[in-house]
Design a protein around this ligand. Structure first.
Ligand code: GRG
Length: 283
């Protein structure tokens, strides 16, 4: 993603906060705290790049990209809560519940989740996508972020908190917990470009493989972090189940498969380089 689009996505994310008044301004402040605490913006980047790769104007995918980042941000706030992973820090800063208290963090997450769907509607209202594109985006995002997607994956995660998970369980859990929202980002980019079904299917194939590569890379990076809650709680990770060498090989394999799915697009180069850069990332 070039610097211009990066700056624009930052602006759009901020501009999408709900209207507020004196008494509710605190909710916006909490939403903004987590939206602007140094995330890599992987999902917005994928959404904009898929729109461009499918021949659309990245500008038209700005709202869709922001909506996905709102959902991602809510999921991290809730994931850090004491009833979930109980993490005091996120991206090197106090997590939302440490900064604002548990009940407020819960509300900040709820507000981000609900606002995401308002942002999809805003895309149609401002003519960035047609009404049909907006409806398709609502359907995809609600499915992929909900029980059949990210939340379902998180539930599997909870189920295996105290039980040993096999490699098969890890793949299924992460396809949902991490892969589903990545899929939403890629597919919404295609929808914003008016892409055909064949391209949307290729975007799903890319996302499925990139999602697994991304999570395996996350596990590899976290392996040496002694403050990481998964490591501290002895939770199964790709490194603990497969060993470091095999985990690295799996991350490369899934990235290669993701890159192959891009053959369907007319301008795949930027996405190809991005997928490879995620494999080599250091955070
Ligand atoms: C409904 C109470 C309630 C909780 C839901 C769904 C959920 C909690 C949590 C989502 C699961 C989750 C945190 C998955 C991990 C995905 C992942 C690898 C996140 C890190 O993504 P990055 O590296 O993060 O893109 P940055 O910090 O760069 O934004």
């Amino acid at each position: 993603m070039n610097d211009l689009l990066s700056a624009e996505i930052e602006e759009t994310i901020k501009s999408c906060l709900p209207e507020t008044c004196e008494l509710t301004a605190g909710v916006n402040e909490m939403m903004l705290y987590s939206l602007e605490s140094g995330g890599k913006r992987v999902r917005p980047a994928l959404c904009l790049m898929f729109c461009a790769a499918a021949g659309g104007e990245a500008e038209n995918a700005m709202y869709f990209a922001s909506a996905v980042e709102y959902i991602h941000t809510y999921s991290l706030i809730h994931d850090d809560l004491p009833c979930m992973d109980n993490d005091d820090f996120r991206r090197g800063k106090p997590s939302s519940h440490k900064k604002f208290g548990e009940a407020n963090a819960l509300l900040a997450g709820d507000a981000l989740l609900t606002r995401a769907f308002g942002i999809l509607a805003k895309a149609a209202k401002e003519g960035k996508v047609g009404a049909e594109g907006c409806l398709r985006a609502v359907k995809e995002l609600s499915r992929l972020a909900g029980a059949q997607g990210m939340v379902g994956g998180q539930d599997i995660d909870l189920m295996f908190e105290k039980k040993e998970a096999s490699g098969e369980v890890l793949f299924t859990m992460d396809a949902l917990k991490t892969g589903a929202l990545i899929e939403a980002a890629c597919v919404l980019g295609c929808i914003a470009a008016g892409a055909n079904d064949q391209r949307i299917a290729a975007a799903r194939e890319f996302a499925e493989n990139l999602g697994l590569a991304f999570q395996i890379t996350d596990d590899i990076l976290e392996y040496n972090d002694e403050n990481n809650s998964d490591v501290l709680n002895g939770k199964a990770t790709y490194v603990s189940v497969f060993g470091m060498e095999k985990a690295r090989a799996l991350a490369s394999e899934f990235t290669e498969k993701a890159v192959r799915a891009l053959d369907e697009f007319e301008r795949p180069e930027e996405l190809r380089l991005f997928a490879l850069s995620l494999l080599g990332r250091k955070k």
